[in-house]
Each structure stands twice: as C-alpha cells, then as structure tokens.
Design a protein around this ligand. Structure first.
Ligand SMILES: [Zn+2]
Length: 491
C-alpha cells in the first residue's frame, strides 16, 4: 500500500532546464499527483526547505544488465541519485544468452536460469528485486558473435535475417535502441554498411543507435562522422557514447567533434552524446593492447604509458589491483606491451583505468546542449573506476557548483528530462503531474562525489532522499530495503 507524501518547501528543478522555483510536490501510488502550492491535504509531510528536488537521474550509459542480478541493491547507482539505468551499452547485451560470456565477468551467475528471449530476460529483471529501474538496449555484440563471429566480412542474407530478428524482438519488447562497441570483439570487424543495415531495423520504433565508436583518439572526427552517417542512412536517432578525446596528441579535437554534431542537428538529424566527467576511462586491458595503445597509439584510444594505466580488477590475481602497469613493468623488467601480454596470459579479463583526457575537452563537451550524463560504471571486484559511485554528484558539485561549467538546472536537465526525451521514456524525467514519482532530494551546497581512484567504493555527499515509485529508497542518506526496480520500456 503506497503512502501519500507531501514534499514541502522544495527548490524544484523540474528537469526542463528552466530556473528552479519554490514549491511542493504531492506523490501517491507511484505517481506525481500535483506540483505547486498545495495546501490542506491529508498526507505525510516531508519538509525539505532549502533543499533541491529533481527528477530521479537517468544513467544513459549503464552496464548493469547482469550485475543487477548479482548486486540487486544497486547501491552504487541509487546512492548517487540514479533511479533508471539504460543498460546494454557498448554492444554488450543479453540475447542470445551466452553462459561463457556471463560467467566470465560474473562467476556468481554460474547455474542461474538461462533465458532464450527478451521476454524471459525482462521477466527475470522484474523478479530480481533491484533497487532501481532498468531500461535496455539491444547489444550488437552477442548477436554478431552468434552469427558472423569475429570474421571481418559482411553478414550473409541469412545472418542478417537472424540478427534483425533479434533486434526486432528487443524493440518489440520495449528496448530503447541498438548499441555497438566498435573497439571490441566482434563489433570491430563490422563495417559501416552492416551497421546501417542493422540500424534500419530500429528506425520504425523510433529507436536510438548508441555507439562506442571505432576511435576516440587520432580518428575521432572520422568516427563521429561514421556514427552520424549510420543514423542518417538508417533514419534513426544517434547517441555517441562516452564522448571524449583520448591521448594528449589529440586534445582539443572536441571543438570539431561538437561541430560535427551541430552540423548534423542543423541538417535535422537527432544526434546527441553522453559523457562521464573524469579524465580517465576504463576498459579491458585486452582491448587496449589489441588497439595498439602501447605501440602505434592509433587504434582507438590514443597512446598510453604504463604510469597512466591502473589495474582495477583481476579475478585471477587480485594482488595486482591498484598497481599501475608501470609498477609491473618495473617488477617484470619488461616494456609495457610485453608486460601487458604477460598479464593477459595469466588473466585475459583484466580491467583497467586509463588516464588520457584533458579538462578543456571535458568541460567543452559537458557544456554542450547535446550532451547527457552516463556513468559507464562497471561493478567489477577490485578498484572500479570511481564513476561507478560518483558520476552524477561530481557533475553537480564539481562541474556546476565549484567550476561553473554549467548551471545547476542545465546539469539536471542533462541527467533527467533530456535523457528521457532522447530514450522515449515518456513516463519519467520531469517533475510533472502524472509522471512516475522517481525523485531525488539533495543539498546543492554540499553535493559532491567522494569516490577516488585509490578508494572508489565511497558514496557521495549531499544526497538526502531518493524516491522510487513514490516510496523512500534512500531516506536521510541511508538506503532503505525498498526494492521497487522494474523494467522501463520505451513509450
Ligand atoms: Zn564503451
């Protein structure tokens, strides 16, 4: 039985990007009932005078498709104010089911019931009693792996039919769109034509093509142009994943990458990007070696040196977590490439944090009106990238309040209303009568991330309450036992 709450005297950021206003919000049965003056109602009053009230944050770049079963508390997301994840980014996905891929990253999943269809997977999501809602993308990776695999060629007609059938099934079940990861296997072996052909399947559903592009370094602009071309020729909306400029030799190129997005917008295309506000990324060690980070530096992520690469997770040898590759080069007396290969021969699934971006590009991308917020957090053991715990409060505390890169209302728009519109999740993202009562209440004066590279598993400061479906999921800074998370489907 849902309670009725009157959230009183709040500074309301409604998610549209307009100026905040003072007012009250009445919520009941999972919905926002009224916004405004509201007097004399029979409801539990929560006085939040002086505190900010905003729609629950939407994480446009999530990787919790499987993690939500292992960590249903989802504290790392909820405690930063996230109420909806968009999962399945970077070409990862859950259909067709691959036990080997799933157990490789999450050994706890050994023996869990397998699913054959999106319908079955989504039913498990609904049953899993997670704390936050989950929207999803169809991942290009598993459907290509199950058909063409790692062969560098066009799919045959038969393979195309199979891949399109999976995409169609996902879209019919409410997927937000299709994602690709073009530095990873098998995505890196697909050409532009394959991706255009597949993306045509999502266009009738108003789906979004999300892409971790082929290159975020020396060939960033060509990659942005390829991504836009795919959307243009397939007739679908586009989102560039974790928009960044990697490698010192490429810093400043965000001027051109943002111009390319503006040009596309001016041609009437629906092109956006998402971003996490840090100067380091995180991915698998295998991927950066495969993309020549230590040799030519032109494989997608710019050049890397050992001191900029931190080992964040190794299930086979946790003793190396927290060391830099530079430390291990010294230990083994080997150069980076060989030291990395030695590590991979013992554990092919090492995850790393890699420093490579500069503040000017981060700020320029963040300030652009087409950019949304996505954490790209990956909840692996060890020392995960701090974005997993701190992404959203860092935008609000550091980039808005402290550095003045964007206003508070714009920052909130980028994590709520804009994200909801882009994803066609029309039942959330704004403080508006009739929408879901997923609401964050925070202290504008103190909100800040506390997670660091050395100590990443720390909750942010300043999040006071989080409501999911009109009930307390976080109360006075503490997570409650509410597990109301459900599948969020495209409207
Ligand atoms: Zn990615």
């Amino acid at each position: 039985m849902n309670k009725k709450y009157l959230l009183k005297n709040a500074t309301i950021y409604d998610g549209t990007g307009s100026n905040p206003f003072n007012g009250n919000v009445l919520i009941e049965n999972g919905k926002i009932i009224e916004v405004g003056e509201i007097e004399n109602v029979d409801a539990e009053i929560i006085d939040i005078k002086g505190k900010a009230l905003a729609p629950g944050f939407i994480d446009m770049h999530s990787h919790d498709d499987i993690a939500m079963f292992v960590y249903p508390d989802m504290d790392f997301k909820l405690m930063q104010g996230v109420t909806t994840n968009v999962n399945g980014n970077c070409g990862s996905g859950t259909i067709p089911y691959s036990s080997a891929d799933i157990v490789k990253w999450y050994p706890q999943m050994e023996g869990i019931p397998e699913w054959e269809t999106y319908g079955e997977y989504l039913e498990l999501v609904n049953q899993s009693k997670t704390s936050i809602h989950s929207a999803f993308l169809v991942g290009h990776g598993p459907i290509r792996k199950a058909t063409v695999g790692n062969e560098q060629r066009m799919p045959t007609d038969k393979e195309f039919d199979l891949m399109k059938a999976w995409i169609k099934e996902g879209m019919e079940e409410g997927a937000v769109g299709l994602s690709t990861g073009l530095i990873y296997e098998p995505g890196r072996y697909s050409n532009t034509e394959e991706l255009i052909e597949l993306s045509k399947t999502i266009s009738p559903y108003d789906g979004v093509y999300f892409s971790h592009m082929r290159n975020e370094a020396g060939h960033l602009i060509e990659s942005v142009n390829e991504t836009i071309k795919i959307g243009e020729e397939a007739g679908c909306s586009v989102e560039i994943s974790h928009h960044k400029v990697s490698g010192e030799e490429n810093w400043g190129k965000s001027v051109q990458s943002l111009e390319a997005i503006e040009d596309a917008q001016n041609r009437g295309l629906n092109v956006h990007s998402d971003q996490y506000p840090y100067n380091a990324g995180s991915t698998s060690l295998f991927a950066i070696v495969q993309n020549n980070a230590f040799t030519t530096g032109d494989g997608g992520m710019g050049s890397a040196t050992g001191d900029k690469v931190l080992i964040s997770s190794s299930s086979k040898d946790p003793s190396i977590e927290g060391k830099t590759l530079g430390d291990l080069c010294d230990e083994y007396d080997l150069p980076e490439q060989e030291a990395a290969q030695k590590l991979l021969s013992n554990d092919p699934d090492i995850f790393i944090v890699i420093e490579g971006m500069v503040e000017d590009d981060i700020a320029r991308i963040l300030a652009h009106p087409t950019t949304m917020i996505g954490s790209d957090g990956v909840p692996l053991p060890g020392k995960p990238h701090p974005r997993l715990y701190g992404c959203f409060p860092r935008v609000l505390g550091k980039y808005s309040r402290e550095d003045g890169v964007i206003s508070m209302q714009d920052a909130i728009h980028k994590m709520t209303g804009l994200s909801a519109i882009k994803s066609n999740l029309n039942d959330r993202g704004f403080i508006k009568k009739g929408l879901n009562a997923d609401i964050v209440i925070f202290d504008e004066g103190t909100i800040i991330d506390k997670a660091t590279y050395d100590n990443p598993r720390v909750y942010p400061d300043g999040i006071i309450h989080v409501f999911i479906d009109g009930e307390f999921a976080v109360k006075n800074g503490e997570q409650t036992d509410l597990r109301a998370g459900k599948v969020a489907k495209r409207s």
